[in-house]
Ligand binder design. Structure first.
Ligand SMILES: [Zn+2]
Length: 258
């Protein structure tokens, strides 16, 4: 009996000791486990955010990253995945501003306004570009006199000259004296910008007459050559307006039409 009692006591003692050890061990480990789980969660979060970038549809990535050799595969449909405004006058609106929707053909920035006659020229140029496996983006079409005045305000702002022309911000096209001073100031600094209204010594922008468009691509010299080629082509002869001048400006290629 004594042996059995001893044995029971020994068993109890052994159990207590094991339990104690487990408790001590788990207390120490729990703190470590918490840190481990937190670190694991952070690593997972990083992996997921990295993957989501890589998981973007290929066409979206390439549209953003300017991978635009003329023999590259067509990387974007003219219709984006979203149901936002996708085209006006039958010309696709750029998904990413100043970036083409496809590696051939014409697209245009969302704020561009065209007349029906400008749109006809744009369609003809679109066909020319497709035939030559090239692309272009329209960055400007018809502008209102107010829109042209806004460009003058913007250029003055960019040159940090706002203080020189305190009343310019609120000026309208009718406030000739106010904007004329600012316009002369820009002309003296060789900033290419036309006047919003015809006054002595100031040519009015052909944009305000609906007889001009601006284009960009990844190479503006090539863009100018392409417009010259288009002007001579059968595509251009189908439109009622014809190119009368091609001007390579600092940020675009400008054409006059008549
Ligand atoms: Zn222009």
């Amino acid at each position: 009996m004594k042996t059995l009692k001893n044995l029971n006591q020994f068993e109890q003692e052994l159990e207590d000791r094991i339990e104690q050890k487990i408790r001590r061990w788990s207390r120490g480990r729990l703190a470590g486990l918490g840190t481990f789980v937190l670190a694991l969660a952070m690593v997972l979060a990083l992996l997921i955010s990295d993957k989501s970038d890589r998981l973007l549809p290929a066409k979206q990535r390439s549209a953003i990253s300017w991978s635009l050799s003329s023999n590259a595969q067509r990387f974007a449909a003219t219709q984006p995945d979203t149901q936002a405004v996708t085209e006006r006058y039958g010309i696709p609106i750029t998904i990413v501003r100043d970036h083409p929707n496809a590696d051939t053909g014409l697209s245009m920035n969302s704020e561009v306004i065209l007349t029906n006659k400008l749109a006809a020229v744009a369609h003809a140029f679109d066909q020319y570009l497709d035939a030559h496996r090239e692309f272009a983006i329209i960055t400007s079409g018809e502008r209102t006199p107010q829109g042209q005045l806004d460009i003058i305000k913007q250029r003055i702002d960019e040159h940090n000259a706002d203080a020189k022309f305190p009343n310019l911000d609120d000026a309208t096209v009718a406030d000739t004296k106010i904007w004329l001073r600012a316009w002369h100031w820009l002309v003296r600094r060789h900033v290419p910008v036309n006047a919003p209204a015809a006054v002595d010594g100031a040519d009015v922008s052909m944009h305000t007459k609906g007889l001009a468009m601006d284009f960009i691509s990844d190479n503006l010299d090539q863009m100018r050559a392409m417009l010259a080629g288009f002007a001579r082509s059968k595509y251009a002869s189908e439109a009622s307006l014809h190119i009368t001048a091609i001007v390579r400006e600092p940020g675009c290629v400008h054409i006059n039409l008549g």
